[in-house]
Design a protein around this ligand. Structure first.
Ligand code: NCD
Length: 328
């Protein structure tokens, strides 16, 4: 279960037994420290399920899960799908290309239509910040934010925290450097909120043009010099340059960007010798990260993907399962 020896765990021994106090998971900003640690503990308890030959729990049997993705996604959508199926839910994937949204139906109409089908949970990804919250107000079931614009991506931050805790044995007191397109990144925002709530020192590293206004309020330290920002870091989290959000216009050239902000062996040597390297994917190899580092021994990128399923199982379980039936 949770890492009781580190003091990171507020709920050791009770994970999965108390009801979760929210209908939806819209963002890390709605969670307090206790609730964050509870979800991480619940996720840790889910890890073994995916490693056993028969990967199934009956907790969501008879429940209907709809994945509603208005943005292309491979890993997040399949991760939610697999998580739901491993808990016994019936999962339907709706992608925008095949839906009536392309015929002019609004987000609200789509929400009302789906709601009439009596789902138990809708998982939504949308290019506009705030769209998921809007949708949640129009439906009668649980809603999980799978990424809205540059706002929040709560399950990504939870899976990142679980990955770090699995590798480092703790979270509190670590230094995590988040580097790259901070301005456009919902991953950075959710991570800064989550890590900040758990007494993790956070650094953001980016050229000025990729730092959002007010970032000082979210991160412990802000760097424009990657070499300085990496010094002594326990975790180096690289972010993708968000071309679909026009990040390319905010840098002189991709080559320049790689030279100053791409993670290669020489820059990584400035972090702690045992520092781990993370990336939420999809990666632009050779733009923000050297392929040799992405595939190297310090990379935990594939572990992040594995932890993603555990976190999504935990969130689905927390929101939907009857607490008296929870077996995790
Ligand atoms: C991230 C996202 O979609 O916000 N990816 C993901 O969830 N796997 C990061 C990104 O797209 O760069």
């Amino acid at each position: 279960m949770a890492n009781a020896s580190t003091g990171d765990t507020a709920t050791a021994g009770t994970a999965g037994k108390r009801p979760f106090p929210h209908r939806d998971l819209l963002g890390v900003s709605q969670l307090n420290q206790h609730e964050i640690l509870d979800l991480i503990d619940r996720a840790e308890a889910m890890i073994p399920i995916s490693r056993q030959p028969r990967k199934i729990l009956p907790t969501l049997s008879g429940k209907t899960q709809i994945n509603l993705f208005f943005e292309p996604s491979t890993r997040t959508q399949s991760s939610f799908e697999i998580a739901g199926k491993r808990l016994g839910a019936q999962v339907t994937n709706m992608s925008v290309k095949t839906s009536s949204v392309t015929k002019g139906e609004t987000l609200i109409d789509t929400a009302a239509t789906l709601n009439a089908m009596q789902p138990d949970v809708i998982i939504v990804r949308h290019p506009a910040s705030g769209a998921v919250e809007l949708l949640s107000q129009k439906v009668g079931c649980a809603v999980i934010n799978a990424g809205d614009g540059s706002h929040e991506h709560p399950t990504q931050a939870l899976l990142d925290a679980l990955t770090i805790r699995q590798r480092k044995g703790r979270l509190a007191g670590l230094t995590v450097a988040i580097c790259g397109d901070i301005a456009n990144s919902r991953v950075a925002r959710s991570n800064l909120l989550l890590l900040g709530a758990l007494q993790v020192r956070t650094r953001v590293i980016a050229p000025k043009t990729l730092l959002p206004k007010g970032i000082e309020a979210l991160a412990t330290e802000v760097f424009t010099d990657m070499r300085k920002g990496l010094e002594g870091a326990d975790v180096v989290m690289m972010l993708r340059l968000q071309h679909e959000r026009a990040a390319g216009r905010l840098i002189p050239s991709v080559r320049e960007y790689y030279r100053f902000y791409g993670l290669d062996a020489e820059k990584l040597a400035l972090a702690r010798p045992d520092a781990i390297v993370m990336h939420p994917g999809p990666m632009n190899r050779g733009v923000e990260i050297d392929p040799a580092i992405a595939d190297g021994p310090r990379s935990v990128i594939n572990e992040q993907v594995e932890m993603g399923v555990a976190v999504r199982m935990a969130v689905l379980d927390a929101l939907l399962a009857d607490p008296s039936q929870v077996s995790a």
